[in-house]
Design a protein around this ligand. Structure first.
Ligand SMILES: Nc1ncnc2c1ncn2[C@@H]1O[C@H](COP(=O)(O)OP(=O)(O)OP(=O)(O)O)[C@@H](O)[C@H]1O
Ligand SMILES: [Mg+2]
Length: 247
């Protein structure tokens, strides 16, 4: 009896597990990679340009798969409690400068641009610089993917009484009201009004939420369909800064 119950619980844990949710997303690019390689190798020799096209596609799919495996491992580790974060005094200004620079490079392909606004002098938080950068890059990746060609992304930093507040705003597709409460759930994607070619697995925002909460912070999203989206991240300021907020 207990054995059966244990097995049922293990089964239900597997059903809920990130691996089971993602097995389709993992298999699809692998199947396409194998298919493209097999078709190209089959039959007579082909012009070199055909091999090049296939290799380019294989590299693109491998990159996509690599990102997906990295994201799945991140969430699996976050669930098992084995993800390390190393908190130390960290300047959000420095991190946002790096994120803005890299975002501008990535945004070029869609003729988009990112700018920084700083309402406070700087914000020092107890943070893990690598993870915080990952968090903001997830948000600007979305702003680019779901932005409009030529659109603008604004990254704003300000200090409230006890927290540093970062907002990332785009003027893109926005999110339907009915979807908004669900976007932090893993594997949740919005389909309405999005070009089917825009890839993703719905793991970015759940990872962003985990990182914000690991910093004792919060993340929230506000959006208007066809107008744009603002994501707000708040993190407690490091001790000595709280009295200097909003100078
Ligand atoms: N800035 C935004 N503008 C419009 N829609 C957004 C924005 N950010 C997120 N979304 C919507 O929320 C959904 C969930 O976002 P999330 O980042 O978790 O996943 P994804 O971008 O689909 O895939 P992944 O991040 O794993 O590559 C997206 O599918 C998208 O439709
Ligand atoms: Mg995303």
């Amino acid at each position: 009896m207990r054995l059966a119950r244990d097995a049922a619980e293990a089964g239900s844990r597997f059903k809920d597990s990130i691996l089971s949710v993602m097995s389709h997303e993992l298999r699809t690019p692998l199947t396409v990679i194998r298919g493209e390689a097999e078709v190209t190798l089959r039959g007579k020799e082909k012009p070199i340009s055909e091999y090049r096209t296939t290799l380019e596609r294989i590299v693109q799919l491998s990159n996509q798969l690599n990102k997906l495996v990295g994201d799945i491992l991140f969430l699996a580790r976050s669930e098992s409690g084995t993800l390390q974060i190393n908190l130390k005094p960290t300047s959000l200004s420095v991190i946002l400068d790096e994120v803005c620079q890299e975002t501008n490079i990535l945004a070029r392909s869609r003729s988009m641009s990112a700018t920084r606004e700083e309402a406070s002098h700087d914000a020092i938080v107890q943070g893990d610089p690598e993870r915080l950068k990952q968090l903001f890059m997830i948000l600007t990746d979305n702003a680019i993917k779901y932005g409009r060609p030529g659109g603008r992304i604004v990254m704003r930093l300000e200090n409230t009484n006890e927290a540093a507040r970062v907002t990332i705003t785009d003027d893109g597709l926005g999110i339907p009201e009915a979807d908004l409460p669900h976007v932090f759930k893993r594997a949740y994607r919005v389909w309405r009004g999005r070009p089917s070619a825009v890839g993703g697995a719905g793991l970015g925002l759940p990872i962003a939420k985990w990182i914000a909460e690991a910093h004792h912070g919060t993340i929230s999203i506000a959006s208007a369909l066809d107008r744009g989206t603002t994501v707000t991240v708040e993190c407690p300021l490091s001790g000595s800064q709280t009295s200097r907020a909003d100078r």
